[in-house]
Design a protein around this ligand. Structure first.
Ligand SMILES: *Cc1c(COP(=O)(O)O)cnc(C)c1O
Length: 400
C-alpha cells in the first residue's frame, strides 16, 4: 500500500485508491500485496491489446536496443512505416505523430486555423459540442464542453462555439461564415458513453460540405478498433477531413496521431513540431498495435466479444433494475438509475474488478480488445456482487 509521505510529494490532481500496481498481463493487474484485479478500464482504454502484450513488448525492446529517438527533424523507420500503414488503412493522405490525445487535438485546431487562413479568408471559429472532452491543454479545455472546465484557468482560448450534441438543427444554426471547422467525438466517452446518432454525423458531414467547413473527428477514444472498426467513422459511413487518434494507438505508451485528407493537409515547415514527435520507440509500439488490429479476423472478434459484453450487461441490468446499455464495440456504458456509480466502482475494487465511472450515474467498460468471453463472464459476476454491496450500503445509510 502507498506510503503517506511519498504520496504527499505528488501534486494533488486526482484521488487515487491506496493500491500500488506492480504487474499486468492481459486483462489482469496485480498490486504490491499480490492481489489480482480484472481490468475493464485498461488505463482509460489505452492498453488496447491488454497489459504488456507480447507484440508491443517485443517491438519496444527491439527498437530500444536499436534506436530510441534520432530527433523529430530526421526520418526514422517507425515514423515512416506507421504513417504509411495508417494512411493506407484509413484512406488518409498525411499523418503526424504526437505524444497525447490533447496534443493531437491541438494539432487539429491549428490545422483548421491554418486552413481557414488559406482557404476561408481567415475564418477561425470552430464549433464543438456541449459535454465534449478534447483534452487538458488550455486550447483543448477551451474546445471541450465539460461543465467542470468552465470556471477553470480563465481566460480561455477564444474561438470555440458549443452546441448541444446530437442536435442537427443547432449545428446548422451555428455554422456561420466565420466557422472553419466542426470538431466532434463520434461517441462522447467522458460525457457518459453517448454515441452520436447516424442522422447526426451524416448530417454534420453534409452541412460541413455545404458550408465549406472541415469536419474533424476526435477519435482519441473511439479509434484503433475500439468500436469494432478501425475508425468509428466507418460505423457511420462518413469521412472526416481530419481525424485524431491517441489512447489505444500506442498500446499503453504515449503516442497520438493527427490524420488529414485532401486539402486539409496544409501544414508547412515550421508550423508544427515537438521534441518527441514521431520518435522511433513509440512509433514502433504503434506499428505493433496497428498491425495486430489489422490482422484478418481481429476486428470481427472485437465486434463478437463486444456483442457478448453488451448482452451480459443487459441481462445484469434487468436483474438489478438498472438503465440501458449504450456504446459501440468494446466501449460500452451502463446507466445506473439511482445506484451511485462511485460506490459501485469502490465495491468493485473490493471484489477485484477495475471499472470506471465517467459520470455519477453511469459506468464505462473499455476492456482489452483481446478480452476473452471467460473474462467478460467473470467481470459480470464480480460486478453483480459489487452492485449488491453498494445497494446494501446505501440502504444501511438510509435506514440509519
Ligand atoms: C482521452 C481523450 C482525450 C485526451 O487525450 P490525452 O492523451 O489524455 O491528452 C481527448 N479526446 C478524447 C475523446 C479522449 O477520450
Amino acid at each position: 500500500m502507498r506510503d503517506e509521505w511519498a504520496s504527499d510529494r505528488l501534486m494533488n490532481t486526482v484521488a487515487r485508491p491506496p493500491q500500488i500496481f506492480v504487474r499486468g498481463q492481459g486483462s489482469w493487474l496485480w498490486d504490491s500485496e499480490g492481489r489480482s484485479y480484472l481490468d475493464f478500464t485498461q488505463g482509460w482504454a489505452v492498453n488496447s491489446l491488454g497489459h504488456s502484450p507480447r507484440a508491443v513488448v517485443q517491438a519496444l525492446s527491439r527498437q530500444a536496443e536499436q534506436l530510441i529517438n534520432p530527433g523529430p527533424a530526421f526520418y526514422n523507420r517507425g515514423m515512416l512505416d506507421l504513417a504509411g500503414r495508417l494512411c493506407q488503412a484509413t484512406g488518409s493522405d498525411q499523418a503526424y505523430f504526437l505524444n497525447s490525445g490533447a496534443e493531437a487535438n491541438e494539432g487539429a485546431i491549428k490545422l483548421a486555423r491554418k486552413w481557414g487562413a488559406r482557404h476561408r479568408d481567415g475564418a477561425f471559429r470552430i464549433v464543438t459540442a456541449q459535454h465534449s472532452f478534447h483534452g487538458r491543454t488550455l486550447a483543448t479545455m477551451s474546445a471541450s464542453g465539460k461543465p467542470a472546465f468552465e470556471a477553470l484557468f480563465e481566460p480561455k482560448v477564444p474561438g470555440f462555439d458549443k452546441v448541444p450534441y446530437n442536435d442537427l438543427d443547432a449545428l446548422d444554426a451555428a455554422l456561420g461564415d466565420d466557422v472553419v471547422a466542426v470538431l466532434l467525438e463520434p461517441l462522447q466517452g467522458e460525457a457518459g458513453v453517448i454515441p452520436a446518432t447516424l442522422e447526426y454525423l451524416q448530417g454534420a458531414e453534409r452541412l460541413c460540405r455545404e458550408r465549406g467547413a472541415l469536419l474533424m473527428l476526435d477519435e482519441v477514444q473511439t479509434g484503433v478498433g475500439r468500436c469494432g472498426t478501425l475508425l468509428a467513422e466507418e460505423l457511420y459511413g462518413i469521412r472526416a477531413d481530419v481525424v485524431t487518434l491517441g489512447k489505444g494507438l500506442g498500446g499503453g505508451v504515449p503516442l497520438a496521431a493527427l490524420l488529414a485528407r485532401g486539402n486539409a493537409c496544409c501544414f508547412e515547415p515550421g508550423e508544427q513540431g515537438g521534441t518527441y514527435h514521431g520518435n522511433a520507440l513509440m512509433t514502433s509500439a504503434g506499428l505493433a498495435v496497428v498491425d495486430t488490429v489489422l490482422e484478418p479476423g481481429f476486428l470481427e472478434q472485437v465486434r463478437d466479444i463486444g456483442d457478448h459484453l453488451r448482452d451480459a450487461l443487459e441481462r445484469l441490468a434487468k436483474r438489478q433494475g438498472l438503465g440501458g446499455v449504450r456504446g459501440h464495440g468494446l466501449l460500452l456504458g451502463l446507466a445506473l438509475n439511482e445506484l451511485p456509480a462511485a460506490a459501485v466502482v469502490r465495491e468493485a475494487m473490493v471484489e477485484g474488478l477495475l471499472i470506471n465511472a465517467p459520470q455519477p450515474d453511469c459506468l464505462r467498460f473499455s476492456p482489452a480488445l483481446t478480452v476473452s468471453h471467460g473474462n467478460v463472464d467473470e467481470m459480470i459476476r464480480r460486478l453483480g456482487r459489487a452492485m449488491t454491496h453498494a445497494r446494501q450500503r446505501k440502504n444501511d445509510v438510509e435506514v440509519a
